[in-house]
Write a protein that binds this ligand. Sequence first.
Ligand SMILES: C[S@@+](CC[C@H](N)C(=O)[O-])C[C@H]1O[C@@H](n2cnc3c(N)ncnc32)[C@H](O)[C@@H]1O
Length: 575
Amino acid sequence: MKKFKFIDLFCGIGGFHQAMEALGGECVYACDIDADCRKTYEANYGLKPDVDVTKIDPNKLPKFDVLCGGFPCQAFSKAGKRLGFADETKGTLFFDVERIMAACKPKYALLENVRNLASHDGGNTWKTIHEHLTNIGYNVLAEPVIFSPHYLGIPQHRERVFIMCVREDIGTLPIFSFNAKGKLPKCNIEDILQDDLEIEDLQNYRLSEEKIQLVDLWNEFIQNIKCEKLPGFPVWSEYLHAPSKNEDMSGYPSWKVNFINKNNQLYLDNKEFIDEWLPRAQKHPLFFGAKAKLEWQAGQFEHPDIWEHILQFRPSGIRVKPGTYFPALVAITQTSIVGCRKRELTLRECARLQSFPDTFQPDVVEAQAYKQFGNAVNVEVVKLFAKYLFGDKATIKKYAKASDGSGKAGTVDFLQLLELYPDKIIENKPIRVEAAERIIMPKMETIEPNKQVDLEGLDTTKNLLVSLVKADNMEQYLDQSAKIYYTGKKFPSTVALNKLYYFMPYIAKQGVKDLYYIKIARVGTRKEGQPDNDPNDFRLVFEIEFVKELFPDYKKVHLDIWQAFKDTTLEKMLY
Ligand SMILES: C[S@@+](CC[C@H](N)C(=O)[O-])C[C@H]1O[C@@H](n2cnc3c(N)ncnc32)[C@H](O)[C@@H]1O
């Protein structure tokens, strides 16, 4: 990845910063309204964040290529009131992101928000965001992309929406595809756990003896009840009795009545055990309120054992989750308990769940530090989306939706293109630039100094396609008489086809020299007009016309179908 500059809006403790820096980025500006976050950020990255995104004057920002922002999410999150854009303060912060993007026009933007953003207000919130970003000149995938660290084998379940934006003139993104219901990589909490021996203040994290006894009581319960399936409904000890005629349920919502009935039935099926267990449990000093409720959400086991799982003491009950990955860290303190260690997660472990390196220095105030990790974005997930956004070959190959049915990722879908452009994709007129100022002269030192580049009459800002010419039709390119160029079966969908203007044939083993302009680009077929033409073998066909020799001799340029094509203008190719 080449060097680039980025800004980190709503920077928190720098989840984006960590990822972008690892990919070669330099942070030139950060901003967060929270003073504690700013302190942690400065201590770790040596950059003092500004305060309020709403007060940013885009004209005063340093130049940057990438805008990062996990804009605040309370307005969309399930935990908040879900007012969305109606929330005058936090909901509207997206529009500040838009304002800055519209003014500064960075090449890329990567935004993150809670999962609920995708479905908020029946999809209207997403539509608004998409429409606004498109209107200011960015290509954004039509569907919100939802991703979680546990899809990568990182043991945290944290589904978030990622919004990748590419400036229109740079290219489009292939559809991102990930089957979360398919086979996922195995998560192992041991990957992030510290050895107990290395935890200085281990005692602070250990469950008290009383809490251990309480969990032991519930463990006894879950191991002794007889039922077809372990209860997927909350077990409320106060309703572990036979159905009672005295219970007036007329004012209860139907879900509550349903749970009460299920608890009553559980009692009837396990009367003997519960009659002995419950009075004993009720004698325990902590067995009341939420601690007298169990939410078993760890799945089915022949020999269930709470201590093999992850627990949370929640206002709704003691929740038991699968022992393979942790529930999302949240900003409010509801620290997860590692069953097998009988202790809470340490700060270092929280940092690791968010893929922050062990060198990261958390806030010195522990409660603040937990909150900051709970708000942060997972570093590895940001890296993945940044790489996808920047067109990293391997990442695109892995995650781009196979579009042509042949199983190859990231190539244009000819049938879809035909639907979109039944006739032609573009039809260009020849241009001749007279005014010298239209031509941005390239830095000549990157071209061999003794070789002059003849740019006269060319608009170097126009999009250019550099493509390899195969041996079978090389002749016409060597004598500059070529009229048609057709692509291979696979063609990267990152090229903004409807913006192409120039074409440079790349002659194998020699390089580029001649410039053509593309008169027409369309979907056609291989060898069309010839007897061995196959009408189903679709290709991109470019009707071209020779313009001039750019260099006197062939010159080798970097030819990378996934990277060079997507944002190459004549001017950039020469840099
Ligand atoms: C979801 S967190 C982002 C966390 C960050 N991505 C990270 O990795 O740590 C949202 C952040 O926006 C900040 N924030 C809220 N309103 C803001 C504003 N008007 N200007 C700047 N930051 C703001 C909050 O303080 C919070 O740290």
